[in-house]
Design a protein around this ligand. Sequence first.
Ligand SMILES: NC(=O)c1ccc[n+]([C@@H]2O[C@H](COP(=O)([O-])OP(=O)(O)OC[C@H]3O[C@@H](n4cnc5c(N)ncnc54)[C@H](OP(=O)(O)O)[C@@H]3O)[C@@H](O)[C@H]2O)c1
Length: 247
Amino acid sequence: MTNTEKQAALITGANKGLGFEAARGLGARGWTIFLGSRDVGRGQVAVEKLAAEGVRAVLVPLDVTSDASVAEAVRLVRAHTDRLDVLVNNAGAPGHAINPADATVDEIHGVYDTNVYGPIRVTHAFLPLLRTAENPRVVMVSSAVGAFAVVSDPAQAASKMHELAYSSSKAALNMLTVRYAQALPGIKFNAITPGEVANGKFAATDMNGHRGQLTAAEGAEAIIRLATIPADGPTGTFTDRLGPVSW
Ligand SMILES: NC(=O)c1ccc[n+]([C@@H]2O[C@H](COP(=O)([O-])OP(=O)(O)OC[C@H]3O[C@@H](n4cnc5c(N)ncnc54)[C@H](OP(=O)(O)O)[C@@H]3O)[C@@H](O)[C@H]2O)c1
């Protein structure tokens, strides 16, 4: 199986934003897209939008914070295929940008449930389907603010963004990526950040009130690049649309 042949990808949080654009880009290659959405109505609208463009997308109701929802998603995907080539852990929660002095476990727990436990829950549940693919790949949608190199650089705006939940959750996601990659050499695990770290740019989506300087499609480029790497491609890396990013 080469990456030009038809493949199947599950993308979490694909009803809008970067997940939707990744679904559109991979779907345009003739892939089957399992479109994860925690809200069935919003997911259905997205599936219909893609279908109108000729993309074969299957709605997968999927709340990454729920074991039951993830188990149901596995059952649904299994009804369509016995093989999953690509998993994109894209669903993310921004938190409330609360100053560390005022941050509580309650806020942090909700963000971790989506950004850290979510990818673990979904990855663990889909490992059997990924293992039946010839060149399975997992893309972790991380963030520049999950990088120590970025938040400790005074030249980066992120160094002045005082919050705990989101940045530490993405730092954890980066470590998960490396640890999965080391332990499971048969599956490629790579983390990406959707922006351009060197230029301090990010992608305009609902998550940031559309203040990003890049389009969502540009933000999804790195997701698509790592989702389509060949069998001799990298694992355990962290990149943006311009290239490698320091952890
Ligand atoms: N935009 C950027 O430049 C940027 C930069 C760095 C990192 N990221 C990361 O990129 C990813 C996508 O974000 P985005 O910018 O595209 O934002 P977005 O448009 O707000 O999309 C976020 C997606 O995650 C979904 N989601 C949230 N909680 C979920 C849950 N518990 N279960 C399933 N889905 C859930 C949302 O679903 P609903 O529609 O139901 O809320 C939505 O589909 C996130 O992981 C984010 O941290 C984005």
